[in-house]
Write a protein that binds this ligand. Sequence first.
Ligand code: SAH
Length: 354
Amino acid sequence: MVKPSAYSLSDAELAAFFRDAGQPAFRARQVSEALWSGRAESWGVVQTLPASLREKLAERFGALGDTAAVVGETGDKSSGTRKLLLKLSDGALVETVLIPARDRWTVCVSSQVGCACGCAFCASGLSGCERNLASGEIAAQAVRAALEIGRRPDNVVFMGSGEPFFNYDNVLAAARRMNAPPPFGLGIGARRITVSTCGVVPGIKRFSAEGLQLELSVSLHAPTDALRSRLMPVNDKWHVAELIEACRAHTAETGRIVTFEYTRVEGVNDSPAQSAALLALLRGFPCRVNLIALNPVPEFPGRAPSPGVCETFRRALERGGVNATMRLSKGRADEAACGQLRRRYLEGAGKGGV
Ligand code: SAH
């Protein structure tokens, strides 16, 4: 049987474990400190605990090495982006990406093994969703990242594989953990944690009501239902108008600015007519649009537009009063797009180390 990860335990559950084991209450704090500082690669190395207790913990719960073991890595030398392939306790694989920008590090975490959404250009959804990640499996990715970069990450984005709002409770629990002050979490500011959704409207509504300072990012990619449904099947369930309405309500309720992700695909969603349609959709809504160049994947025939076309599109938005930034696709190396590293590994090409 696969042991649950210790990273998924609530403080109360950890306290109960030590109470039941006849141990003093301070043990829970010691274990939390070992977990969230990244020192608990295995229970055996947590020298602050007596050997008998380490054994008991090892019988019941996975440590960091069980929860998120590095089994592969690719990188992009020019940008410094590193993509880790992590193996979870049941052998499932997920990707975690470490992205440097000036003196900051952003960690991109996965929320599911694979993804059920099937967006046309995304490699994560090519073989469906295997399972949800437990909250600890999500939070442990940030702990692993901290160890790899040698310090606490500055930002976390839920933009790895999976749809966060199809695993709502575990995603929120993980975000709370990352936000919790040490020794009970990583102490990453809520405003530095971004949850990205493909447009799951009930999830957005729930998120708005949480009363948290977490950031919301919405993958829009097209301004009309016809085009968006072609790129993102999820649009058949929650249409563009309903989605934008939920985003407007989010800002009205929380005062927080929504970021729309817009991956540009040459000749598909980057025309002047489409920037005009996007403007019409977002007019009067204080939001941000993040323009991303398509990261080519073999399974999707599209290409990224030229820098000139990108800039024209961005300027059209700015002129219309919509705040638009252009994000260069980091990690342009092979297998850099979402889900590609895991896919290559599963297909066997990566055996013996990616
Ligand atoms: N399911 C969530 C989060 C994961 S994807 C969501 O859809 O928002 C994170 C972002 O990467 C999304 O905006 C997604 O559409 C985008 N993306 C996926 N594959 C891409 C590719 N090949 N090139 C550029 N962006 C891509």
